[in-house]
Design a protein around this ligand. Structure first.
Ligand SMILES: Cc1ncc(COP(=O)(O)O)c(C=O)c1O
Length: 458
């Protein structure tokens, strides 16, 4: 593999820098916020996505072929076949975003305007936005604090006579506790669509994330584990879902098997298209360059997921030794595909009394000073966003269509966001970082947490 991680690690400062000892054993160091030397040397991170010779070759191949788009074009169809095989689904559709894949899944599942769809309050807005694209109503439920998945009891309580679907999210790449939600969906006759945008290649009880409901959706946006710039994938075993989503992806035109059989590169833009839209549709197709890059990334997916998991375990072992620090759990019944690494903080466990957001922000500042990449990624439950505030206000005068997005309904989401930071960032995520850098994060964290009162006093 020729990729920048090798170049990077051989040119970074690690060889010159002493191996970091984990727990700061003496107080003979100054934090970077106090003028000390940052634990993580500048320039040590590996940038994401890692693009190597395979991606360059793939892109060159597309340019030399001269076919840039088409739902039957070779890179798009190749990606669909390879991804379907990877996750073990009958059908796969490549799209221009994870959001459009989610929208197509809802269309394929027959969700209509006015239907209610249960989504988590802790997710990226796209989960709910796709529901709105279909004219349906997102109903937000709170999450549980271990894996940040929907709380099954709250899902059950949110079901009304209008509910048609549940969309659990495997947030940050750790599969959520899906079994009770899937059982609930079956019991109540609801559609289950998995938002696996952040969990490509993750497994839950031996099954691939995204393959346990009627449909599963993934994002290929640049920060994701298969980074294609922009893009998405929808998988399903259900032929009708596939057929409807396929048509909606291209202006509502039904696909005909003979179109694929007669596809020719020489007439890539012509073909035997019927030009007959049978339903409302969108242009949610992706393009050959993105698909080619995604295929190259797919070949390294296992490599990066394994590296991210090893690093998460290493970091988790160290951080767990610090009282009041809760790194992500890796439960025995699932294999995460770590996309984000969220660490929860409880200062009271080290005898420090302070508001959780103040602790979070002070730790974030101190870690950044130590050279760490640290972000918040979301600061409020999704229903707190202006769009949903406006929707709630607008619905007030319509008892038949009243939506309640009262933030008091999402205490766990709010607590998680108030008291956690995400180590690493989208530009420099966990997966490609060398182990020495991960060790350095543990050291930086231990130093900052051990001196929490001083950190808060800055
Ligand atoms: C949980 C979740 N769902 C859906 C999406 C939407 O994917 P995209 O940005 O490709 O539209 C994202 C992307 O950030 C996401 O994180």
């Amino acid at each position: 593999m020729t990729c920048s991680s090798r170049t990077r690690s051989s040119t970074s400062g690690w060889r010159r820098w002493p191996a970091p000892a984990f727990a700061p054993r003496s107080s003979v160091y100054r934090l970077a916020i106090q003028g000390g030397t940052p634990v993580v040397p500048a320039g040590s991170h590996v940038r994401w996505p890692v693009l190597g010779e395979e991606e360059r070759r793939a892109v060159r191949g597309v340019l030399e072929r001269g076919v840039l788009s088409g739902q039957l074009a070779p890179e798009v169809r190749g990606l669909e076949r390879e991804f379907a095989a990877l996750v073990g689904s009958r059908f796969c559709l490549a799209t221009n975003s994870g959001t459009s894949a989610l929208h197509l899944a809802l269309i394929g599942a027959g969700i209509q305007a006015g239907d209610e769809v249960v989504v988590p309050a802790f997710t990226f807005v796209a989960t709910a936005m796709a529901v709105l694209h279909q004219g349906a109503v997102p109903v937000f439920v709170d999450v549980e604090p271990r894996f940040f998945g929907m709380d099954p009891a709250k899902v059950e309580a949110a079901i009304t006579s209008r509910t048609r679907a549940i969309v659990p999210v495997h947030l940050h790449g750790v599969p959520c506790e899906l079994q009770p939600i899937a059982e609930l969906a079956v019991r109540r006759g609801l559609v289950l669509i998995e938002d696996s945008a952040q969990a490509i290649g993750a497994r839950y009880r031996g099954r691939m994330a995204g393959t346990m409901g009627l449909a599963g959706c993934y994002s290929l946006q640049s920060s994701k584990s298969m980074a294609a710039g922009e893009g998405g994938l929808l998988v399903t075993d259900d032929e009708e879902v596939y057929r409807k989503a396929h048509a909606a992806r291209m202006f509502g035109e039904d696909s005909r098997p003979e179109d694929e059989a007669s596809y020719s590169l020489a007439h890539a833009l012509d073909g035997n298209r019927a030009y007959d839209s049978a339903a409302v549709g969108w242009n949610y197709r992706t393009n050959e360059l993105s698909a080619a890059v995604a295929r190259a990334q797919l070949r390294r997916l296992d490599h990066w997921n394994a590296q991210a998991l090893a690093s998460a375990e290493l970091l988790g072992r160290r951080l767990r030794e610090l009282p009041g620090v809760t790194p992500p759990e890796v439960p025995a019944d699932r294999v995460p595909a770590f996309h984000k690494y969220r660490v929860q903080l409880d200062a009271s466990k080290v005898g420090v009394e302070a508001q959780p957001p103040a602790v979070r922000d002070a730790v974030l500042r101190a870690l950044r000073a130590e050279g760490c990449e640290v972000v918040l990624w979301q600061t409020q439950p999704v229903p707190g966003q202006t769009l949903f505030r406006k929707m709630e206000a607008a619905s007030a005068g319509r008892p038949d269509r009243r939506v309640s997005y009262d933030l008091a309904q999402y205490p766990v989401t709010r607590a998680i966001l108030d008291r956690s930071v995400v180590l690493f960032s989208q530009t420099y995520p966990l997966a490609p970082q060398p182990p020495a850098l991960v060790e350095a994060y543990a050291e930086a964290f231990a130093r900052v947490w051990t001196r929490l009162p001083e950190v808060l006093a800055r």
